[in-house]
Design a protein around this ligand. Structure first.
Ligand code: ATP
Ligand code: MG
Length: 553
């Protein structure tokens, strides 16, 4: 993947095209658009397209429009429109104009009439099966429709009546009259309009005919004088039709450029598949923290900066590949390390009683973030009874075990050095608590004890600790590329992608806000979940502290 990681000095192929266009005076400014279909929430692949479009028009003079490609009334919804806008803004980008392909329905209808008048479109009464069976194959020409040679007058009449609602769904279509033997199958009299008696989220019941993608996208680009219309590789064969329609309609010549879709492993990046996960309740919603949606990643605690950094690092490519989710997590971890507030939370508690401590009510201080000189400090209550992690104690430790063991000393983070004096067990031999002593002169920041210990443990004061629910996540799928496996992609869902733990948090965490990011010391990065209430703290694990994944250079 090294060759795809963007080298700072090197321009990507779109930047090269744009720089050449600007240098040649072809454009004074670059006009781009991000054109989501409002039929689902945006995912990490869309983030890459957003960063690309908005990034180019930030780097070069010009702007990016947000255009909702809302020509399919059945699957679209205003909930999606709102979520898309919120996600783009959260990612840190602002569009110049908020536009809707549906606002162009009148113009697109006029364009269709113009094609008919030029003898370049006809109404076809064939069923969709008939049309498909006459399409031919890549090596065999298709057959002309029986209705291909209708007169312009008849076509105008029928198309007007299609618009007026005289015909049922699927009974007729408007097709471009190009060439049924064309080497590009998409040029074999493509369908431009279909009848669909359906309510549209913006135009209501005004229309019962809707333009197909190819009859809407390029024309919308042209209406908006988009200079560089960037889309993904599956649209390469559409480019010829895109150009044909612009030429025949004699409208502004926008240009289409393609780059490879971005996919990441252990998940799916298709709105249709993500919708299935939501409706079939494999996840709790579009913003489930396990989802690769922007809203899911946000809820999980990923930052906009880290997603932008990820998109920048993967750059753009001309051929498809799957990017390791480890790279995304690496970017998240790198950013969180800089900004996360350090806090102490014990997950599997073991009680420690300090037999020689009588200073209950003492408050200690600890830095919020050693990486941030302006991060400030917080207060932490200390006490006679503490909780540490069960895994930080061993009754019979191996050599070089630097945590707590009988007779051994450790430092409690930002507090004192303690020594384990006695292990208390119940009747079944289970360890229930440890009796320890503390070294009063060893207080962090003013340690005069002269004792050196190798291990430092996180801890909380037993009586001050706050119970919190912690949601830990694993990959949503068991395999790297669930879409390419045999059978249904849902057969590969990881059955244990959520693990809920009750943990014990230092009291500073009661005042957490969703915007804050935390590092639970020695545990990982966490954030408050939107399900949390004033009565119940709920945290999501964003990402662990370390991972095997390393950048390629
Ligand atoms: P999906 O298959 O998830 O529904 P889509 O392409 O149908 O994706 P659109 O709403 O049409 O989704 O996409 C809006 C823009 O985002 C398009 O320009 C599309 O090319 C781009 N895009 C979508 N998915 C990806 C991806 N995985 N990587 C890069 N760009 C993407
Ligand atoms: Mg699409």
């Amino acid at each position: 993947m090294t060759e795809e990681i963007k080298n700072e000095e090197q321009l990507n192929f779109l930047e090269e095209i744009i720089e050449a266009d600007l240098a040649a005076g072809k454009y004074q400014q670059i006009i781009a658009r991000f054109p989501p279909e409002p039929n689902g929430y945006l995912h990490i692949g869309h983030a890459s397209s957003i960063c690309l479009n908005f990034g180019l028009t930030k780097k070069y003079p010009g702007y990016t429009n947000l255009r909702f490609d809302d020509t399919n009334p059945v699957t679209e919804d205003t909930e999606y429109v709102e979520s898309i806008k919120a996600d783009i803004r959260w990612l840190g980008f602002e569009w110049k104009n908020e536009l809707y392909a549906s606002d162009y329905f009148d113009t697109l209808y006029e364009y269709a009439l113009k094609l008919i008048q030029k003898g370049l479109a006809y109404v076809d009464d064939s069923t969709s099966d008939e049309i498909a069976s006459m399409k031919g194959t890549p090596t065999e020409a298709g057959k002309n429709s029986l209705y291909r040679n209708r007169s312009i007058e008849e076509n105008l009449d029928l198309f007007t009546r299609m618009k007026n609602g005289e015909f049922s769904d699927g009974s007729r279509t408007l097709r471009a009259k190009i060439d049924m033997a064309h080497i590009n199958m998409l040029m074999r009299d493509p369908i431009l309009y279909r009848i669909k008696h359906a309510h549209h989220h913006r135009t209501g019941d005004k229309w019962c005919i809707y333009p197909m993608y190819d009859m809407a996208h390029g024309q919308s680009d042209s209406i908006e004088t988009v200079s560089h219309s960037i889309c993904t590789l599956e649209f390469v064969p559409h480019r010829e039709l895109y150009n044909w329609l612009i030429e025949k309609l004699e409208i502004y010549p926008s240009h289409q450029y393609e780059f490879a879709r971005r996919n990441i492993n252990y998940t799916v990046t298709s709105k249709r598949k993500l919708l299935q996960l939501v409706t079939e309740k494999h996840v709790t919603g579009w913003d489930d923290p396990r989802m690769p949606t922007i809203s899911g990643m946000r809820r999980r605690g990923y930052t906009a900066e880290s997603i932008r950094e990820f998109c920048d690092r993967i750059g753009i490519a001309k051929r498809e590949n799957i990017v390791d989710v480890g790279l995304l997590e690496f970017c998240v971890r790198e950013h969180l390390n800089k900004i996360a507030l350090r806090r102490m939370v014990v997950f599997h508690p073991l009680k420690v009683v300090l037999s020689n401590y009588s200073g209950d009510g003492e408050w200690l201080e600890s830095e919020n973030n050693p990486e941030d000189p302006n991060g400030g400090k917080r207060k932490i209550p200390f006490g006679r009874e503490l909780l540490i992690e069960q895994e930080d104690f061993m009754e019979n430790p191996p050599k070089k075990y630097f945590r707590l063991a009988p007779g051994q000393m450790v430092r409690l983070k930002s507090a004192y050095i303690i020594k384990c004096e006695e292990v208390i067990k119940d009747n079944n031999g289970n360890i229930v608590e440890l009796h320890c002593t503390y070294i009063p002169e060893s207080k962090s920041g003013s340690d005069t004890s002269g004792i050196n210990v190798k291990g430092t443990l996180h801890w909380v004061s037993a009586k001050d600790a706050i119970e919190a629910e912690v949601r830990e996540y694993d990959r949503l799928f068991k395999v790297e590329n669930p879409s390419s496996e045999d059978g249904d992609f849902k057969d590969y869902i990881n059955p244990v992608s959520l693990n809920i733990v009750t943990a014990y948090a230092e009291p500073a965490l009661t005042e957490s806000s969703i915007a804050e990011k935390f590092q639970f010391i020695r545990k990982g990065y966490y954030c408050l979940d939107t399900d949390a209430t004033s009565e119940k703290l709920i945290f999501n694990k964003t990402v662990g502290l370390k991972d095997g994944w390393k950048p390629a250079h």
